[in-house]
Design a protein around this ligand. Sequence first.
Ligand code: NDP
Length: 460
Amino acid sequence: MAKYDCDLFVLGAGSGGVRAARLAAMSGAKVLVAEEHRVGGTCVIRGCVPKKFMVYASEFAHHFKMAEGYGWTVGESRFDWPGFIAEKDKEIARLSGIYVRNLQNAGAELVHGKARLVDAHTVEVEGHGTVTADKILVAVGARPWMPAELPGVEHAISSNEAFHLPELPKRIVIAGGGYIALEFAGIFNGLGVDTTLVHRGPNVLRGFDDDVRAHISDEMEKRGIKVILATQHAAIEKTATGFVSRFTNGHHCESDVVMFALGREPYVEGLGLEAAGVKLAENGAVVVDDYSRTNVENIWAVGDVTNRINLTPVAIREGHAFADTVFNDRPTKFDHEMVASAVFSQPPIGSVGLSEADARHKLGKVDIYLARFRPMKYAFTSSAERSLVKLVVEAATEKVVGCHVVGPDSPEIIQLAAVAMKMGVTKSQWDSTCAVHPTLAEELVTLREKYTPQGLGQAA
Ligand code: NDP
């Protein structure tokens, strides 16, 4: 008789958990997966996927405006928020169903309910009793962090609620300067909502290249978003007509909705990790080694709960590497270097590798190649939007160590730049690639002169 009820128990059916569970089950292991919400996790249910649909929906207003420059007469346009949300939810339900079927087809068993570790080999699932497991994978993700001490914080929503607002507000204040704040600012602004973005820092997107940060702030303002920097909420007050956001600089702003996007925290609450002896970092993240193994020999963790790089494809690859290592006899570490990402702001950003500041700090001398230009797409319009392409090159090796693009299609462009950079491409190899014309991407392979903040020329 088997020592345990199952070979693997996975907590969380999101991107990382589902990939790991499927591969483990396909190797012949008996796998149970517990999920307290809907299958698919943050990405599918309340993250990347519905967000991208909202970005698409919101871009139409901009396209309608551009269309006029190209000779179109665009009639009256109206946006049906409840209708869109219903369609979006239908598609999300379909995708969640695919995840369920994929798990079932692989032979994994799904259990609905919140799971909690009783000890290192025992899991209790609410409403289902306890199960013993040889190995356990924690893949429960993260959730929005809200400043509990802030007066009136109960009036603010997080991105979770933004996907299901009963009606489109007329005015919104969004706090934060990260991925989620910028993406939702673009979405609501595009949908015609009077949008104010408030961020405590001197500029948005800390950690990104400084030229990108400055560029996107300007471009968001050109699109009509009010960007307020160097202040933050001191309080939120409810009024007869909406809410008043009071800021630490003494100013205030009225809106119908206040949304906080101030980061996310590992969702470890109530998981019983202390009962199993699993070590957590100060910020609550599960501490793991390169193979995603915790300090407890039979427990692993992948995805946002480990707070390494909090992106869906990273969680998937970590889950895949775990299953390869533990169930397929192929020890695999996921390499967290050169992971590209995109911010679906409007215009969007694609970025891979080091910012100029990080490269100077880590590598010493670097050469910069940079161009700002008006995208061809806007030739017939009054739009003052500009695009940015920037390469950071290590002087000693001539390796391209950073690539940053702000402009139409930059998320698509950056995926392929990442392939070359992952292979260690040098600037001369990069330049030997013939351009595709006429595209925005060709600007990346035609950057010949080194850039200094004063203009083009030989960098010191
Ligand atoms: P981010 O970490 O990207 O940004 C959080 C923002 O909140 C920062 O601007 C931060 O400012 C600010 N902040 C943090 N604490 C406070 C505070 N106490 N008071 C005021 N401001 C504060 O988090 P997000 O919530 O935007 O997104 C979470 C993660 O999800 C992202 O980091 C990303 O990994 C992932 N994600 C990826 C997406 C994509 O790939 N397109 C889309 C959405 C999310 P400061 O810089 O000063 O610390």
